[in-house]
Ligand binder design. Sequence first.
Ligand code: N2P
Length: 361
Amino acid sequence: MTRPTRREFLRRLTASALAAPVVGSLGSCTAKAGQGGTTDDDLGPIEKDLSLYLWSDYLADTTVPEFEREFGVRVTVDTYESNEEMAAKLIAGASGYDVVLPSSYLFPLFHANRLALPLNRKYLGNWSNVAPLFVNPSWDPGNRISVPWAWGTTGIAYRRDLVDAPPTSWAVFHDARYRGKMTMLDDYRDVIGSFLKFRGRSLNSVDPSELEQAKADALAAKPNLKAYLSGPVKSQLIAGDVVIAQLWNGDASQAIAEQPEIGFVVPEEGSMIFADALVVLANAPHKRAAHEFLNYILRPEVAAAISDKTGYGSANQAAVPLTRAKVPYPTEADLARLEYQTDLGGGAELWDRIWTEIKSG
Ligand code: N2P
């Protein structure tokens, strides 16, 4: 296939250009109202292989081997460190993957690029285990294309034994005391978003002057940073080479499990809450095996093992009593401080430019 130009690529990386026909286009598939809007296509017998493309460190050790044993399916797992890394690969034409795990703000993009397969609820007998918070969510009305996986927040992980006081604000990244020992996520939505929050703005702002201020704040923090690093920062936190890291709560819990001196806070200015959900790709080569995997994940004990290993809150309500951590669902008060990311629409180009300037600045 011909490679899209950068401009075209960016246009496709936002849902804005194609947003209008989105719902209609899915509706024209075999979607049926009243049954969660899923397709009723028969998917045939289960295939021998399954290819997963997931966020890193998001599975229990047993998740894949036990599925392979029980279903006689060979599973390959490829991982990514950001939504944009995954989306760019899919939009550039990657094929062969069956299941991906986008965050909720990516759904308009998935619709606009026709990436998702409407699910067949007939194969998802464990569906009723999903927590009410994730049934019929705004990002996927009727749960037509996704099975919710986990939710979490972005905050700051820190070494209690190696900092003067626990950080409370995104301003800590401006604190030269920790120069060279701090990291922020390699994720433009998280970095720019947190500096927008720092100034009391929405982390979905596309206002040029607010974004200009966020860029200035990010550039002021940059000399203090060792790197922009996502999941892989955990080993550096554990070793003490990094003492303060912008990080997702579950990845922080994974590090805490190995180094109890690590703490985690959601800054007082507020932060991001995310929900990640499994999607079967429209061009998935193994659609039946993909559905079986989604249904397997919906088992309480399978979801509980994932939550215990990864530290993320499970979207599976039946799993929560089985977990050791029992991550509680966010309360109204929590939600008042947290904000879901949404698609940036026409603002994505400006965000992308600012991120390029921050990284090269
Ligand atoms: C998994 C990180 C997922 C967090 N390691 C962001 N959705």
